[in-house]
Design a protein around this ligand. Structure first.
Ligand SMILES: *Cc1c(COP(=O)(O)O)cnc(C)c1O
Length: 550
């Protein structure tokens, strides 16, 4: 059998290492030089993709897309198909990710990504990641059994402010040889999200409620990953949004939604699509960038941020910096009101899954921009030499060092120009988010559709761009706004927007039947009295021992 193609081998964005298998990229998560894994080349679509793929089910389309990035010498075709079927069998909608017209006369659609088990888009990737972990471990352990070696087990540790935790837990529950520990700040996640996590009673799932903040939880996770004893005795793994398999699985729905819209047009016509993506860590929209670079006709990718707007500021200025110049000092440095802003500078908004200071996956885009800048060719794919790639890695390393040491990176104009060829950006305030939820719920033809606050940020951005397109006389643009969570997960923001509306009641209008009585179900959670890494480590060791894993 032919070995892996360049698009099926992986390198690090910081230039230190290349030639990794898909399995290594997925299980390691982060490269040892601190960079992120990307394929050595972006695959191009087969000649007949537009006709051959157009009527495929989501799962079959998934196979076509994923197999361009995963060599059959690593995962044989039949195995990959089984993994995909299993991953999407947990979704409630037959189309997995349906495209729903929101305002037909404006050509505005939403791509609903929340029909998985935890009602958030992260399920699309994490259901697949859980099955991949299990598959790789089963294979390694079959080998170990033949050689009489010790079983491989994975210990997944992560911190969550709500959404990632439940999606990770549902992706990994009951998976053989995997134990999962999710830290959340006690009392600081929404009641539904807390219940979603703690009512999962599988023996390999452990919720730790830490007396502290989300940042404390993240710091503890970092401390555990660099703890010599922990990393020596356990195979630690992360499922945060930098894991390549998560990006990969998210590429699928750009294709499926493209076909859903293209199939409605007369034969031979292609829609001119602008995807609007509520963005935090830049994982979801990066998948769109890969789809575009593979050859899917995407007109633009729209970054929609909340008030944590580092990416919006980058697209507007070419400066990638944690804080807008001087603004933070003006607010008095450390802001006393801990609820609204805290020393690290992340603003708490109504869309908490997008509350970030820097976007971890943006480094992957920076690598492609650096490579383009070096090669001087816009769409270089497979042919870029090792040398140019190594130089791109060095450039990224410098940019990231500068971000870390002085809080700022300024890219050359040519780099900003190439970013702007693919991306535009909009920043949406909390006030606009609430107004958008209200408008869409109350105004025909979208009424009574209920948006969650993250999805509302996308729709608010799309609405602005629709106005701009009208002014520019563009009538042929289709807008697809990605809907990243079901509104029931963020009842605070939704209630804020809709509580005055007659006939509105959260339980009857928004709450899905799966969430009825959820908060009353049996829970299992371990309280950690102080935000202390040693306390957490002791608890993890104890629970692993109880599971029989050490
Ligand atoms: C994670 C998340 C996002 C942000 O996605 P990124 O890939 O981090 O950009 C947006 N909305 C919701 C509901 C999420 O859970």
């Amino acid at each position: 059998m032919a070995g892996p193609a360049p698009s099926q081998r992986y390198l690090s964005t910081r230039g230190g290492s290349y030639g990794f298998s898909f399995e290594e990229a997925v299980l390691k998560g982060l490269a040892s030089d601190g960079g992120l894994f990307i394929p050595e080349a972006i695959p191009t679509l087969p000649e007949d993709w537009a006709s051959r793929w157009s009527k495929l089910r989501f799962q079959d389309l998934a196979y076509e897309v994923l197999s361009l990035y995963i060599s059959p010498s690593e995962i044989p075709a039949d195995d990959l198909k089984v993994l995909i079927e299993r991953s999407y069998s947990t979704f409630r909608h037959p189309d997995i990710a349906p495209v729903v017209p929101l305002v037909p006369e404006e050509n505005l659609h939403v791509l609903e990504l929340f029909h998985g088990p935890t009602f958030a888009f992260k399920d699309v990737a994490l259901q697949f990641v859980g099955n991949l972990f299990e598959y790789f471990l089963a294979r390694r352990n079959a080998q170990q059994a033949r050689n009489g070696g010790k079983r491989h087990a994975l210990t997944v540790i992560g911190a969550t402010s709500g959404d990632t935790g439940s999606a990770a837990i549902y992706g990994l529950r009951g998976k053989k040889d995997v134990s999962v520990f999710i830290l959340h700040p006690r009392g600081k996640v929404s009641p539904i999200q807390e219940a979603q996590m703690t009512t999962v009673l599988d023996g390999n799932v452990h919720n730790l409620a830490v007396e502290g903040t989300f940042d404390d939880c993240q710091d503890i996770v970092k401390a555990l990953f660099s703890h010599p004893e922990m990393s020596k005795t356990h195979n630690l793994a992360a499922v945060n949004s930098i894991n390549w398999a998560r990006i990969l699985a998210q590429i699928i729905y750009y294709f499926s939604s493209y076909f859903a819209l293209a199939n409605e047009l007369p034969q031979g016509e292609t829609p001119k699509i602008r995807f609007v993506v509520p963005t935090g860590n830049f994982g979801d929209i990066l998948a769109g960038y890969f789809a575009k670079r593979m050859g899917l006709p995407i007109d633009k990718l729209v970054i929609a941020t909340n008030e944590n707007d580092i990416l919006d500021r980058f697209i507007k200025s070419g400066r990638y910096e944690k804080h807008p110049v001087a603004a933070e000092e003006g607010a008095g440095g450390i802001v006393a009101d801990g609820a609204k802003a805290h020393p690290a500078g992340v603003k708490e908004t109504l869309a908490p899954a997008m509350d970030i200071l820097v976007s971890s996956n943006f480094e992957r885009l920076l690598w492609y921009l650096a490579l383009e800048c070096i090669s001087g060719e816009a769409q270089s794919t497979a042919e870029s030499s090792q040398e140019k790639k190594a130089t791109a890695g060095k450039t990224v390393l410098q940019w990231m060092d500068s971000l870390k040491s002085v809080g700022t990176t300024v890219v050359p104009d040519s780099v900003l120009e190439s970013a702007r060829r693919d991306f535009v950006s909009e920043r949406v305030s909390d006030e606009q988010t609430v107004a958008t939820i209200k408008h869409i719920y109350t105004t025909p033809p979208s009424a009574p559709y209920v948006l969650d606050p993250h999805s509302a940020i996308g729709v608010a951005a799309a609405k602005r761009l629709i106005e701009k397109a009208k002014v520019a006389g563009e009538t042929d643009v289709t807008f697809v706004s990605l809907s990243t969570a079901h509104p029931s997960k963020f009842n605070h923001a939704v209630d804020l927007a809709l509580k005055e509306e007659s006939g509105y009641d959260f339980d009857t209008v928004v709450r899905p039947k799966e969430f009825i009585g959820l908060e009353q179900k049996e829970k299992r959670v371990t309280v950690i009295e102080r935000p202390d890494a040693e306390l957490v480590r002791a608890a993890v060791e104890e629970m692993l021992a109880a599971e029989g894993k050490v």
